[in-house]
Design a protein around this ligand. Structure first.
Ligand code: BGC
Length: 863
């Protein structure tokens, strides 16, 4: 007995309610979804009237990766079966809620060259020691947990119905972003000429985050006979999704155990082999056909229930499968097994759960929806981005200790680790649901002891956050990276990207600016800022000749330079991004010390043991850090960048086509990126991404450098011409910095950033997880860059700059507890404060400032 017997299942075998998802009102208007292409007429029954096509979704409308968008921008639709792209589509149609997520693999398949079923639970990591070319290598992975979606349909002649078999006539797949529902309709004609239609609908509940469900309808269109459906939990899983990790594919789960809790319910419990985390998956499978026969199949790695249906032409056979998960990391539970069984017992059937889920999405869209006055494809891409960011973050709260993995909960790339990408994610969250950012920042705060220990190990004060973080915040960056071009391992020194700590500090301050949440500052924010400031102040060495401070041995965000040509791997001197951001962080830390003065925060004071001379020291460094400049005034990426060789871009483009990953290309040629003036992604230009020109000029002024206005476009142009965009973050950052100088180019890059995952433009990486930083960044860009939203000096500022291709945009923000809607066009800005109990806020639009209270509207014409 591994769980307690749940209370009788209320939904078992009960007739379905008439409530349907498409009858639930969602306030965001859209063109109705109707049947666009007829699938041979079939008598209406079960869900045979489910419509998955939107008007206009003809193959001719197909866009990136074969996707169609539909007029409202709310549907990601595929009308073909493309085994080559199936892995990408599985990632793009992943269903999740931030607690857990499941890739959109067809229910019933197992991992092979086409399919990759993957289910991931936030924070469930496991370490393993593997042999990499004879060297024992310890790594930590986000664990692929048992697959709850297994539903195998077999005809009486033994044919298994799943897309891709020769018997398949049609395959349609629609991800409804508005309701968070994935629908597939497939039709098959078997060797005996019998036609069968299979429809599935699937969601991961936003209302009860531990639940997910699938509804399956099988319609024998023109035959009578028997078929079976095997509903199971497939625990025969391993981590083998990431190409770079394929050589070290690993089964993280010890052999599980299962129990049939009643005639419909199977509980499976497994445990990770190193972190010893229990994962319990309980599934309840019921059928609308009370005459269906059931058989328990007690297979150790794949226990389940087999249903045998006698089908008649035109009469559907329906199954619904509701799953509940729990892990031993959950709070307020006895064991994972008991919690999963209880959660499932409390769960209503598919329809009621789905209705609650849709209501939650409607609420999320009311807050996060962005009305883009542009074509449906861009609208859909942006909605898809917001959707996946929410599917990776929405469940965060004070009780869950989770970070934001760079590739979401959508695949195994980067082993589910957490990088600086959160810098791109937080603004989108902070300006709408700041408590999510707070929860994620606390993931970092809980790992402060480890970051302190890492600093001590290097003889430094303060806290050194890891470039790649997992369960306990130790450095997870591998020392080697598999070069997929030649199958050889090459050195990976990205642990030198200490700027990740600066990104955390930056985010702490931005969160505080947007919320004035002093409680957060006292509990955790100030401590992180101060410890990060200590690390960077302690890393800065004083040069008495120039009276400047230098920071050496680091890498900037551009990962193509990990040292100088004659000393690879040892890091760089004075990376401009690191030094300027350090100057800013040190100045903000001094502000925080002043904010803390007189506050009742003794425990914090004790923890910090702040020496009275520290702020003075930080202030001095923040005014004297060295920033390299080229002879013509362009900001130098690091000391010595100007002396590197120019790269032959044209030759490499014509030789390789996609030259995003020049590090891999040059390494395979026996050369090194360290030799050349080239960047993987924005580095110096990240400064223009993080700071307005006005603020950057102020930081540099304080450092004793002047940034002439004409230097900005020259610096932007210089690096733009030397960047390979080997990261999805790159086009985004460049689109941002060009927004005020070259609107057309900015929009072009922004549109490319929208296509990065949909079109899998990074050459096959999306199948290993979507790029959450770039997804959040594009949504944020509409608000903070094109919409010109800035939270600075206790004021909400709006200085919009819409590209010509974007006639208007509308979005909702939450600033200091006050929800407000902003409408921006080329001729006006309108701000509407929603009714609320929040204190009045200061709003600054185009050099006019006003204090606005709940319910007030302010419209400002634009020149
Ligand atoms: C980028 C990093 C990023 C990481 C995870 C890399 O390709 O260069 O900046 O943090 O991917 O998304």
């Amino acid at each position: 007995m591994i769980g307690k017997v749940p209370t009788p299942l209320s939904g078992s075998g009960a007739p379905r309610t008439t409530e349907r998802s498409d009858q639930i009102e969602i306030e965001i208007e859209d063109a109705p979804v109707r049947a666009g292409r007829s699938v041979e007429s079939a008598p209406a029954c079960g869900n045979s009237d489910i419509s998955i096509h939107a008007d206009g979704d003809r193959p001719a409308d197909r866009w990136c990766g074969g996707a169609a968008a539909g007029p409202g921008g709310w549907h990601l639709t595929y009308d073909d079966w493309d085994p080559e792209r199936e892995g990408t589509r599985e990632a793009l149609c992943t269903m999740g809620n931030g607690y857990w997520a499941t890739r959109a693999s067809v229910p019933g398949v197992v991992a092979d060259s086409v399919h990759y079923p993957g289910t991931y639970i936030a924070g469930i990591y496991n370490r393993c020691v593997l042999d990499v070319e004879g060297r024992p290598t310890e790594t930590e992975h986000l664990v692929n947990v048992p697959d709850w979606t297994m539903l195998r349909i077999r005809l009486d002649d033994g044919t298994e119905l799943r897309p891709g078999i020769p018997e398949m006539l049609e395959h349609h797949q629609n991800l409804d972003l508005r309701t968070g529902t994935l629908t597939r309709v497939d039709r098959y004609r078997d060797r005996a000429g019998r036609t069968t239609r299979v429809t599935t609908r699937q969601f991961h509940s936003m209302a009860e985050i531990h639940l997910a469900a699938i509804e399956l309808d099988i319609l024998a269109e023109d035959w009578n006979g028997a078929l079976t459906v095997f509903s199971a939990t497939n625990a025969d899983v391993a981590n083998r999704n990431a190409t770079a990790d394929r050589a070290i594919a690993y089964r993280h789960l010890l052999r599980g155990r299962h129990e049939f809790l009643d005639s419909a319910t199977v509980l499976h419990v497994s445990t990770t082999d190193q972190s010893r985390l229990d994962i319990a998956v309980a599934t309840r499978t019921t059928s609308t056909d009370s005459a269906a026969k059931r058989r328990r199949i007690s297979r150790i790695d794949c226990p389940g229930i087999e249903f045998t249906f006698s089908v008649r032409a035109g009469v559907g056979a329906g199954i619904e499968k509701v799953a509940a998960v729990a892990t031993s990391r959950d709070r307020g539970i006895s064991t994972a097994a008991i919690a999963a069984a209880d959660r499932l017992a409390a769960a209503p059937g598919f329809d009621a759960s789905h209705a609650a889920h849709i209501r939650c999405w409607a609420r999320l869209w009311r807050r996060f929806g962005i009305r883009l006055g542009d074509g449906p494809q861009h609208r859909m891409a942006l909605n898809l981005h917001v959707f996946h960011v929410l599917q990776s973050t929405a469940a965060a709260g004070p009780d869950c200790d989770i970070g934001v993995p760079a590739r979401g909960l959508h695949g195994e790339s980067y082993r589910g680790h957490i990088f600086w990408d959160e810098l791109f994610v937080y603004p989108m969250l902070t300006l709408r649901r700041p408590e999510l950012t707070r929860a994620f920042l606390n993931y970092r705060h809980r790992r402060l002891p480890g970051a302190r220990a890492a600093a001590r190990k290097l003889g430094l004060p303060g806290a050194l956050f890891p470039w790649r973080s997992g369960s306990d915040g130790r450095e997870e960056t591998p020392t080697e990276l598999l070069n997929t071009r030649n199958g050889r391992w090459m050195p990976d020194n990205s642990h030198r990207q200490r700027h990740v700590g600066l990104a955390i500090a930056y985010s702490v301050w931005q969160y505080y600016q947007a919320t004035a949440d002093i409680g957060f500052l006292l509990e955790s924010g100030a401590e992180m800022l101060i410890e990060i400031a200590r690390l960077f102040a302690g890393s800065a060495t004083h040069d008495p000749v120039s009276d400047r401070y230098d920071i050496v041995g680091v890498m900037g965000p551009d990962e193509y330079h990990d040292g100088y040509p004659d000393s690879p791997g040892t890091g760089l001197r004075n990376n401009a991004y690191t030094n300027v951001l350090t100057a800013w962080v040190l100045a903000r830390t001094c502000d925080v010390v002043e904010i803390l003065a007189g506050r009742d925060c003794d425990p914090l004071r004790e923890r910090l043991a702040l020496h009275p001379e520290e702020p003075e020291h930080w202030d001095r460094i923040s005014r004297r850090l060295r920033v390299p400049f080229h002879a013509d005034g362009v900001i130098g990426q690091f000391d010595g960048y100007e002396a590197l060789e120019e790269f032959d871009w044209d030759t490499y483009r014509s030789r390789y086509g996609n030259i995003g990953r020049l590090d891999l290309i040059l390494n395979a040629e026996g050369d090194s990126t360290n030799r050349y003036k080239l960047s993987k992604q924005a580095d110096v230009l990240m400064l223009f991404y993080l700071f307005s020109a006005e603020e950057l000029r102020h930081i540099l002024d304080r450092l004793g450098y002047s940034l002439e206005p004409e230097t900005i476009p020259r610096t932007v142009g210089y690096y733009l011409a030397r960047t390979s965009h080997g990261s999805t973050l790159s086009r985004l950052a460049h689109a941002w910095v060009l927004a005020r100088t070259d609107r057309a180019m900015s929009w072009g890059l922004f549109a490319q950033a929208l296509e990065a995952d949909l079109g899998d433009t990074q050459g096959g990486t999306t199948r290993e997880g979507v790029h959450i930083g770039a997804m959040a960044g594009t949504a944020d860009m509409v608000l903070r860059c094109y919409g010109g939203v800035e939270t600075r000096h206790d004021t909400l500022r709006l200085h919009p700059v819409l590209p010509d291709d974007l006639p208007e945009v509308e979005f909702t923000l939450s600033y200091r507890g006050q929800p407000l809607t902003v409408e921006v066009s080329h001729t006006r800005v309108l701000v509407r404060l929603h009714p609320s109990a929040a204190a009045p806020i200061r709003v600054h639009i185009e050099n006019i400032e006003r204090t606005l209270g709940s319910g007030q509207t302010w419209e400002v014409p634009l020149p």
